[in-house]
Design a protein around this ligand. Structure first.
Ligand code: AMP
Ligand code: ZN
Ligand code: FE
Ligand code: FE
Length: 280
């Protein structure tokens, strides 16, 4: 039995609807899936229904962009109460940050003489959590660049003229937000973000786990983070980070997390609930 715990839909910058994502997952025989759209839990309701119909266990989640000092990291939240008021209020603030940033990126692109409109980006994104991939896809669709790579290379990559930094949540607040919504806080793809130095501080602040298995982690990288997980007694997670066709080929199926790791996550959630009820 296997799980994929890092997936995006068209409720953020993926291209699959929840139903399409589950259809793809079912082909690979996954026993469990988690949805981790950027700054959103909106797709979770439809994932629940689609997974139920396919006989797949569903774990509601999200992916937050956070920072600790100058270090950017992505925080995954799992087993969230998707109706938690504070969670919804906070992520809606970051959705507005994302929407404002689209206007800023488009203005910068216009300054270079490229006639993209924010309306076409929002129409294409058709979600509350738009991001750079939507700008890139709108540029391709309008025939203003040849492909997504050109869009990022010319305009959107860090340091390029239309790159706009994104206001981020503090990692400690992000973890607290996830915890108060009943969830587990996990550091996403540590192999991509050069975040090793901050792991001890995050562990001290209550981080629950680390994403050891990811499409972009080599076997050696996964091995390294498994050792780190062991050292700090962290949960181990993994997922494909599939964005549908947003970045070429769908990645679902490239990472198959053994289900025993999901069981350990569930045990920690259950343990925390027990402690909370005893403290009440
Ligand atoms: P944002 O959250 O708006 O900053 O956008 C981040 C998303 O853009 C992530 O899903 C990245 O994987 C994607 N992305 C970043 N750089 C590139 C690139 N060079 N080509 C394609 N996608 C990228
Ligand atoms: Zn993404
Ligand atoms: Fe990420
Ligand atoms: Fe992701």
């Amino acid at each position: 039995m296997f799980a994929d715990l890092h997936l995006h839909t068209n409720f953020s910058d993926g291209t699959f609807s929840p139903e399409e994502l589950v259809e793809h997952a079912a082909r690979f025989g996954f026993a469990a899936l988690a949805l981790t759209d950027h700054d959103s839990v909106e797709g979770c309701a439809r994932m629940t229904v689609a997974c139920d119909a396919a006989g797949i266990e569903f774990i509601p989640g999200t992916e937050l962009t956070a920072e600790l000092g100058d270090t950017e990291l992505h925080l995954l939240g799992y087993f969230l109460d998707t109706h938690n008021e504070k969670l919804l209020t906070e992520i809606s603030k970051f959705q507005i940050v994302r929407q404002n940033r689209i206007h800023e990126m488009v203005a910068a692109i216009n300054k270079l003489g490229v006639p993209l409109t924010a309306e076409t980006v929002f129409a294409l994104a058709n979600c509350k959590s738009p991001g750079r991939p939507h700008v890139a896809r709108a540029l391709v669709k309008a025939g203003l660049v040849a492909n997504l790579d050109e869009a990022f290379e010319r305009f959107l990559k860090k340091g390029r003229p239309a790159w706009v930094p994104k206001a981020k949540m503090s990692a400690l607040e992000g973890m607290e937000l996830i915890h108060q919504a009943g969830g587990l806080a996990v550091m996403a793809h540590p192999g991509l973000n050069r975040t090793d130095e901050i792991i001890p501080a995050l562990v001290d602040a209550g981080m629950d786990g680390i994403e050891c298995f990811h499409t972009k982690h080599s076997t050696a990288t996964s091995e390294r983070y498994l050792q780190i997980a062991e050292k700090y007694n962290l949960l181990v997670t993994g997922g494909s980070d599939c964005h549908g066709f947003s970045k070429g080929k769908p990645l679902i199926g490239t990472v198959k997390l053994p289900y025993e790791y999901v069981e350990k996550m569930k045990a920690k959630v259950a343990e925390r609930k027990t402690v909370e009820s005893l403290n009440r």
